[in-house]
Ligand binder design. Structure first.
Ligand code: NAP
Length: 323
């Protein structure tokens, strides 16, 4: 049966609006109209929204036509449902993907949300929808990791990285995690078999060879990473450097495509959205094999500082904005 509830929320709300491009200084908390609830959409009162590198990249010049409010994932409470919505009703606790989530109210597709398990906090749930599936798809779909394989993860300390380390362990891999000195302890606590402090060691000069390298940090050349792969090994590119902007990202992709044409095993992850992988991640959490790691939380009024902090490269795992 179709549940129809007329939107009850009108007026304005606070949202983190991007005005121009550049540093986090272009972000401002503004009063904007509360989104209208449309067919197949729900209005969610945001309780937590995590910051992703994507927000930082958008602020620094990725185009966002018609979409000035930052944020891409959310956990919160359904405020109103639009025509055709059947799975949710006002008051339900949900999490998932939604554009413009750094705001008091967020419009989301019904199909992009899942019920939030009662024993998972809003903060933890908000970390999952971008970083979690990216890690899972890198390991399962691109690398097709098998138990016992040796997997090296560069950039293990970030949002995607902390999920990648734990999921690789859950898949039975032997995990070597490369991170900065600040994150060595937390990565060790996540179960990595070996943690390399990149301030002390350049992993591309190691003698050891790996079945899989998952490159999240994107600071080493594709050629030097190839040097630590086994002959049939695969480089899974996830990250884009925060230096160089669009040109840096484009140059990386070209380098990967050239290698691929030479018959080398390289692949570039483009995260596929959908809730199936979130279901899988919830199962891992329930089984005690995955835990979202949260570095800092910021109130919505300070969301700009959350994005600035992620841009410093000093953030550990996930940074979350709450409301
Ligand atoms: N391909 C896709 O579909 C997809 C999806 C989501 C994200 N991404 C990309 O994946 C990357 C990570 O995203 P995120 O949301 O996890 O961002 P994040 O939480 O900000 O993580 C930043 C990453 O950069 C590394 N890093 C920071 N400073 C560094 C330095 N000085 N040298 C080397 N590495 C450094 C961090 O590793 P340590 O802390 O270990 O140093 C961490 O892995 C971003 O480039 C993002 O654009 C791609």
């Amino acid at each position: 049966m179709t549940t129809m509830t007329a939107p009850t929320t009108t007026g304005t709300m606070k949202a983190l609006v991007q005005e121009g491009r550049g540093s986090a200084d272009v972000l401002h908390l503004r009063d904007v109209p509360i989104p209208q609830v449309l067919e197949g959409r729900v209005l969610v009162r945001m309780r937590a929204a995590s910051v992703n590198a994507l927000d930082w990249h958008a602020t620094h010049g990725w185009p966002s036509p018609g979409q000035p409010v930052r944020g891409v994932d959310i956990a919160g409470v359904i405020e109103a449902v639009g025509p055709g919505v059947t799975r949710f009703k006002p008051g339900d606790e949900v999490f998932g993907s939604a554009p413009a989530s750094l705001a008091e109210y967020v419009r989301a597709r019904e199909s992009a949300l899942l019920p939030k398990p009662p024993d998972l906090s809003f903060e933890a749930a908000s970390t999952l929808s971008v970083a979690g599936p990216t890690a899972l798809q890198a390991l399962r779909d691109h690398a097709q990791v098998k138990p016992g394989q040796r997997v090296l993860i560069d950039g293990a300390g970030g949002g995607v990285g902390t999920f990648t380390v734990q999921i690789a362990k859950a898949m039975g891999a032997h995990v070597t995690a490369v991170t900065g000195p600040r994150n060595v302890d937390v990565i060790t606590s996540l179960g990595a078999d070996e943690v390399v402090d990149r301030s002390k060691e350049d992993y591309t000069r190691r003698r050891e060879r790996y079945d899989v390298v998952v490159d999240i940090a994107a600071t080493r050349s594709v050629g030097s990473i190839r040097g630590v792969l086994k002959p049939a090994g695969i480089l899974v590119q996830v990250g884009a450097s925060k230096k160089g902007g669009w040109i840096g990202i484009f140059a990386r992709i070209v380098s990967l495509l050239v290698r691929k044409r030479l018959g080398q095993r390289v692949t570039f992850v483009v995260q596929k959205s959908g809730t199936e992988d979130l279901v899988h991640l919830l199962e891992l959490i329930k089984a005690g094999r995955l835990r979202p790691v949260i570095d800092r939380t910021y109130p919505l009024a300070e969301a700009r500082e959350a994005i600035r902090y992620v841009g410093t490269g000093e953030a550990r795992a996930k940074v979350v904005v709450t409301n």
